[in-house]
Design a protein around this ligand. Structure first.
Ligand code: NAD
Length: 243
């Protein structure tokens, strides 16, 4: 039996906080990986400079890197007052990534969405991925992330491309440029007496290396569904039938 071909990775947004941790994890397990980003911060892996909203730039990086699996983590940061930029990058840019991946016969696309896509301002307790985004998103960032996610999931199977989207909650850890910076500014402004709600609010946080690990697991598990034999199908049906 021949072993499945090893994937070659292109991490879009690989100069960023999460993207870099994904690159580190791929390198640590001996995988071949390149980065596509608008800025270059590292020089240890092949780097392709470009903007995901330019399909030809993405396509060129896919061809040159020989990628079979895209991990797409690029996005403008949350909290910018520029809805058009969010739409351009997270919706049009994600569509360009999908188009280029299908046109170039790539096997896999892992998309970093956000837990914020299902937030509606109410408490969300014990929810899972079946919860759809609310009619009205909380802001332009979350609206664009929800739309990007929808495009990625709808592309599953197109030209043999397999897709998956992950929805991390708040991410913290080494290399973060947003969360700790914001918190330290609040502290420096002496705003430590401010309290939102009754001090029992909860928010989910995940350590960045765990989020990176989840992306590798998602990529590894993106395999075409197995064709079941008649016997296997009947075993499954019998398992679920009431005894
Ligand atoms: P980051 O800003 O550190 O990294 C994003 C990277 O994308 C940057 O290197 C940036 O240069 C690149 N980029 C932006 N626009 C681009 C474009 N048009 N073309 C190519 N590259 C572009 O952000 P992060 O915190 O690492 O977030 C990574 C992903 O995780 C994002 O998709 C974000 O929506 C998602 N996310 C982040 C958090 C969090 O708490 N940080 C939580 C949930 C989801």
């Amino acid at each position: 039996m021949s072993l499945p071909q090893k994937d070659v990775y292109l991490v879009i947004g690989g100069s960023g906080f999460l993207g870099r941790h994904i690159v580190d994890k791929l390198l640590a397990r001996g995988d071949v990986v390149s980065i596509f980003d608008i800025v270059q911060r590292y020089h240890d892996v092949p780097f392709y400079s470009g903007d995901i909203s330019e399909e030809s730039q993405v396509a060129q990086a896919m061809q040159k890197s020989g990628a079979t699996c895209i991990i797409h983590t690029a996005s403008p940061p949350h909290g910018i007052d520029d809805p058009a930029l969010y739409w351009k990058v997270n919706v049009d840019g994600t569509q360009a990534v999908i188009n280029a991946a299908v046109a170039n016969g790539l096997r896999k696309l892992v998309f970093t969405s956000s837990a914020g896509v299902v937030f509606n301002g109410e408490d969300l307790v014990n929810i899972d991925e079946r919860l759809p985004p609310p009619e009205k998103s909380m802001d332009a960032y979350n609206e664009s992330k929800a739309k990007g996610e929808e495009l990625v999931l709808a592309a599953n199977g197109k030209g043999g491309l397999l897709t998956v989207a992950l929805r991390p909650s708040g991410i913290f850890g080494p290399g973060d440029r947003q969360v700790m910076h914001g918190l330290s500014q609040v502290f420096e402004r002496n705003q430590t007496n401010f309290q939102i709600g009754d001090n029992n609010n909860l928010f989910d946080w995940t350590y960045v290396t765990n989020v990176a690990h989840a992306h590798l697991l998602a990529a590894d598990k993106l395999v075409p569904p197995k064709q079941l034999s008649e016997q296997e199908t009947s075993n499954i049906v019998n398992y679920y039938l009431p005894t």
